[in-house]
Design a protein around this ligand. Structure first.
Ligand SMILES: C[S@@+](CC[C@H](N)C(=O)[O-])C[C@H]1O[C@@H](n2cnc3c(N)ncnc32)[C@H](O)[C@@H]1O
Length: 318
């Protein structure tokens, strides 16, 4: 039986690839830093330190429960700070529209340990809780809605695409059968359906059998890839020349979006290769600071296994 949601653990969030982020963003006094994913404020605290008492840190998070962590951060930040509550895709576009300019921008994707460790948020397959998974609790669609209302083909496609789940079709069919009897409302119900849908040997290899489906649902419920795609151009837009952007992703699809975007922005001429002279006049917008994604070292992995899939890419605006 799964532990009950009323006993949350209190694991502290450890900022991922913190030294590497600090080095690549190279924040200087009097600059403006935008932390698009404030979370528990781990990265924000380090970047604020680098401002050495002069400058501004704008924090963004879609989850209103970060407010107490932000208030603690603000008391010690020693620089001007503001919390903007909302999806970074929307907030960055508003900042761009208001001519706000930044020198350093960080996007640290995914969920925070705070969210994972609060069972009542329904992100975790390890604890029984309502099936929710919304980072923004006021968003219209929860994991419960998706699991009970999407057709089986759509569910299978979500599990395959965002979770690389081998048994996507079998699990989607099993969900279809279960919900004809009664709605699937709790994380433990879903774990039970998943376990029943996959062959017995697959239940014991490659981590928890529900891991991939939970990840896939979380990405779909929060439209995580859509937010990233729409935020990247606005992030570059608000950077001043010489401004730096760093993105930490935890999923190959996220990393691919970041990699492609930065490659494209770093390209000069985009004329067809058989053109004798350049007619496009296209100039690079950024210079990549990381040719390959930066991965956590052995020490970090030993201290924080949650960092294992992290990849960091960064660029400077030219
Ligand atoms: C991995 S945590 C960030 C942790 C943070 N860097 C730290 O050191 O504490 C990701 C945070 O970003 C937020 N988040 C994820 N996607 C978001 C989006 N599209 N817009 C705004 N916030 C988002 C989540 O609510 C979560 O608090």
């Amino acid at each position: 039986m799964l532990p009950n949601a009323s006993h949350p653990s209190t694991t502290d969030h450890v900022p991922v690839l913190a030294a590497e982020v600090r080095e690549l963003l190279a924040v200087q006094p009097e600059e403006t830093v935008v932390d698009c994913t404030f979370g528990a404020g781990g990265h924000a605290a380090l970047l604020a330190q680098d401002l050495r008492g002069l400058g501004k840190l704008i924090a963004i998070d879609v989850d209103p429960t970060v407010r107490p962590a932000f208030e603690r951060f603000r008391r010690h930040a020693g620089v001007q700070t503001r919390l903007l509550r909302g999806n970074f895709a929307v907030v960055l576009s508003q900042l761009a529209g208001n001519d706000v300019r930044a020198d350093a921008i960080l996007i640290d994707l995914g969920v925070s340990s705070m969210q994972l460790d609060r069972p009542e948020r329904g992100f975790s397959y390890a604890t029984d809780a309502p099936l929710d998974m919304r980072m923004d609790p006021s968003a219209p669609e929860s994991a419960r809605d998706l699991v009970n209302e999407a057709d089986e083909r759509e569910l299978a496609s979500i599990f395959r695409r965002y979770g690389e789940e081998r048994y996507a079709t079998q699990i989607a069919r099993a969900i279809g059968r279960r919900r004809r009897d009664h709605p699937i409302t709790r994380t433990a119900d879903l774990v039970d359906v998943i376990k029943g849908a996959i062959p017995t040997p697959a239940r014991f290899g490659d981590g928890h059998p529900a891991k991939r489906v939970f990840q896939a649902l979380r990405i779909a419920v929060n439209d995580e890839l859509g937010a990233l795609e729409s935020a990247l151009p606005d992030a570059v837009r608000i950077l001043r020349p010489g401004g730096r952007l760093a993105v930490i992703s935890f999923h190959s699809l996220e990393d691919r979006i970041v990699k492609r975007f930065l490659r494209e922005q770093a390209r000069g001429c985009i004329c067809p290769p058989d053109f004798p002279i350049c007619t496009c006049g296209h100039e690079p917008v950024v210079r990549e600071l990381t040719r390959r994604a930066v991965r956590p070292g052995a020490d970090e992995l030993a201290a924080n296994p949650r960092a294992s899939s992290a990849r960091l890419r960064a660029a400077v605006k030219v």
